[in-house]
Design a protein around this ligand. Structure first.
Ligand code: ZN
Length: 751
């Protein structure tokens, strides 16, 4: 018999209950016991969802107050010295959020998702000591509720590979010691039941690190599998193919191997054969855990059929391609969403899994599942032909594209621009946003809810713009911005004005800790019915004689921060988005806007996990950026902005984007980053951030002067702009004002 499973489930709660409980506790408005109560309720609810749907292997241990990697560090006693002496929740939240005396541990992106984990900190003297309480408690709690638990852990290779050391030592020098702790943990869990199922997530093996790590798999997993005779071990991978690991892991005593059969699925065929030949169980991730569209159940059924040709049903278990952490919880709250029937959030995906498992077993569907199945066929058919999705004009326009770049080369454009703008050397500007005050948010919300009318809303926004302009003039900035007061979010703002986009009411996904995002839903051919920014920018320009910079989000970033339709390759979707930005740039320049910034904050996020796929991504990403600005005349200066401090691998790609000016995040890395630009002979202009906006600290004039001096050691004056690191929306006015004032003073002293 085939069985069903879920790789992992979300935890923040469908109404973001955990977020609100945590934030109330952090603000001192409630005690930790009330957070624990909410947590317990959420675990119960999430298990119950899985049980009610009929899932055989239900995820336990995937709950977290903040992050699961952090939970592992606590369980292993990998506590950085600066948190010594703390315990319980005080220790836990100090590690992830910092406290008076100790900075928080670093946080970074989980593979190519928008989820962030807390990076384990190790050094040569780290020693591990098991505290299994979280896992034991959650397992017992599930068991008491009659849940058939599958305990989820991050595997030792992935834990170490994602760690950092602060003394230059090799994290993997701890492998043996860490494996002993895993064995201890597994044997503790094994005491709780006649038979326990333990899933070890090893997504590191879907990256290029697989080739050097895979040879060490057998030794480690032999030990892990020997830790308890009644523990069945699942070696779980997701997000990409894992051939190197599969080849080794099937030689060990693991019971099952989990593969992502959604992403790069064809390449997994040889792995499936290895799993079958070694008499292992295949955990086949065939329901997409990264996207929110209904699965085409007919097509998935055929896929199950093909899998059954490769491996018998007893050893084909059916589930999600990765944890459902990456999608919203439930469609229950989406009352007025036109595209609702095409969507499937975490709870709805459970039914899809159960239906496919029934197919694998040749079983009749229950009445409820038959109904879902019938509706699914209709939804899939509608989606294919719907006029909401298909826009012949857009398709035609993309097909007939012939011009992908600007007409004039940079070397000539820049001369035209210099002459026309007549800016001083080391021109100063900012990245776009000014502080998003509580009053500003209140104005936008009131307008959205219809509590104030359009005229009132616009006059409030204009007032903010007036203040921004006046302030920038008063301190003598050269190129001004309007401050982005009308924008809630740099992607949502544009998505809301594009045809082909929808917005969920409650489609929250955890980004880190208590922070959630609600990615817009790109469901159809995208076009821009009306100008999106022209009125605000031209209003702002009318208030000053200086140059007002227009501010747009680039096509790659809009795509990477949305849930994107799965019925068209991303390389095509992004072209449509590029044309929307193209139209906007055209209108801005017609309206007399001389400088336009096209932000690509999420350009790097879209990078594939395997090197072999990077070339394709880079080429469509660069080409769509270039397409989006290709209407800019020589006299229109195109800026772009990227919030990274790591350009080593992608500098050639950045250069190929051919922006006239790029602003980047360098404040924390001195002039090191700039050297990369120099070493490749980068010709375009660069605005390296001269101070860190992520901190409330006000930089002094002399400190910024020093920074400018360091930059001038690398690149000539003629090539440099001076600006902060990133947008200022998260800062307060009392920080922004003196900081920018000091920045301008430092520039004047350096000119
Ligand atoms: Zn930025």
């Amino acid at each position: 018999m085939s069985k069903s499973y879920v790789t992992g489930f979300g935890r923040i709660g469908e109404q973001r209950e955990l977020k609100f409980a945590l934030e109330a506790y952090w603000a001192g408005k409630s005690d930790f016991a009330s957070v624990e109560n909410v947590a317990k309720e959420l675990r119960k609810r999430h298990w119950q969802y899985q049980k009610d749907a009929g899932i055989d292997f239900i995820s336990v241990g995937d709950f977290s107050y903040y992050d699961i990697m952090l939970d592992h560090s606590i369980a292993f006693g990998a506590i950085p010295a600066r948190f010594a002496g703390l315990s319980g929740e005080e220790l836990y939240f100090s590690m992830c959020r910092g406290n008076k005396g100790a900075v928080a541990m670093e946080m970074t992106k989980w593979f190519n998702t928008n989820y962030h984990y807390i990076v384990p900190e190790l050094n040569a003297s780290t020693s591990f000591k098991l505290d299994a309480s979280k896992y034991i408690n959650e397992y017992k709690e599930a068991k008491a509720l009659g849940i058939n638990a599958k305990l989820n852990l991050i595997g030792p290779f992935t834990y170490l590979a994602l760690s950092k050391t602060n003394d230059g030592s090799d994290a993997f020098s701890h492998l043996d010691a860490l494996v002993s702790v895993y064995c201890e943990l597994i044997s503790e869990i094994a005491k709780l039941d006649d038979e326990v199922v333990i899933q070890l997530d090893e997504p590191i093996f879907v990256t290029d690190r697989a080739s050097d790590l895979a040879p060490r798999l057998k030794g480690v997993y032999d030990k892990i599998c020997a830790a308890a005779s009644n523990a069945k071990i699942i070696f779980m991978t997701y997000f990409e193919k894992a051939p190197e690991a599969t080849e080794q892991i099937v030689k060990t005593g693991v019971w099952a191997v989990g593969l992502d059969l959604v992403h790069n699925s064809e390449c997994q065929r040889p792995s499936i054969k290895l799993i079958k030949d070694a008499n292992k169980v295949l955990f086949a991730g065939i329901i997409n855990g990264r996207n929110i569209w209904v699965a085409d159940l007919e097509e998935r059924k055929a896929k199950v059929g093909r899998l059954l040709d490769q491996i018998e049903s007893d050893r084909l278990y059916i589930g999600t391609s990765c944890s459902l952490l990456h999608v919203p919880f439930t469609l229950k709250y989406e009352e007025n969403l036109a595209i609702k029937e095409w969507l499937s959030f975490a709870v709805e995906k459970l039914d899809e899994i159960v239906i496919l498992t029934a197919f694998a077993n040749g079983k009749e569907l229950c009445a409820r599942c038959s109904e879902i199945y019938e509706k699914n066929k209709i939804a899939i058919a509608n989606r294919k032909t719907s006029s909401l999705v298909n826009d012949a004009a857009v398709q035609e326009r993309v097909k007939n594209l012939s011009k992908f770049e600007r007409e004039t080369p940079f070397s000539e454009r820049i001369k035209v621009q210099h002459k026309l703008f007549n800016l001083p050397s080391l021109p100063t500007t900012t990245i776009g946003s000014f502080p998003q005050t509580a009053e500003l948010r209140a104005v936008r919300n009131a307008f959205k809810k219809g509590e104030i009318d359009k005229a009132k809303y616009e006059s409030e926004i204009k007032k903010y713009i007036d203040d921004c302009v006046a302030f920038q003039e008063s301190i003598g900035l050269d190129v001004l911005v309007h401050g982005e007061p009308e924008r809630n979010d740099m992607v949502e703002y544009f998505g809301e004005q594009l045809k082909g986009y929808a917005f969920s009411k409650n489609g929250w996904v955890q980004s880190y800790g208590s922070r959630c995002v609600k990615p817009p839903l790109l469901f159809g051919d995208v076009s821009r019915p009306n100008p999106m920014t022209v009125d605000w920018i031209t209003y702002a320009q009318s208030k000053t004689k200086k140059i007002m910079k227009g501010m747009l989000t680039g096509p790659v970033t809009i795509m990477n921060w949305s849930f994107v339709r799965d019925d068209m390759p991303r390389s095509e979707v992004v072209k449509q988005l590029a044309l929307c930005i193209y139209d906007e740039i055209n209108d801005l320049q017609k309206a007399g806007i001389k400088i336009i910034q096209v932000d690509e904050a999420a350009f790097k996020e879209g990078y594939p996990l395997r090197k072999e796929n990077i070339g394709d991504y880079e080429s469509f990403a660069v080409n769509s950026f270039k397409l989006s600005v290709s209407c800019a005349e020589a006299k229109t200066q195109i800026h772009t902005h990227m919030c990274y401090s790591e350009f080593n691998d992608i500098i050639k790609t950045i250069e190929a984007m051919d922006a006239d000016v790029i602003s980047i995040e360098t404040a924390r890395s001195g002039n090191e980053l700039l050297k990369i630009f120099k070493s490749v002979g980068y010709k375009q202009e660069v605005g390296p951030g001269v101070y860190d906006i992520h901190s409330p600290r006000v930089p002094s004039v002399s400190e910024i002067e020093e920074q400018i001096k360091a930059l001038l050691e690398v690149l000539p004056k003629e090539q440099l702009w001076i600006n902060p690191d990133c947008g200022l929306k998260t800062r307060k006015w009392e920080e922004v004002k003196p900081s920018l004032e000091n920045m301008v003073k430092a520039v004047i002293a350096s000119r």
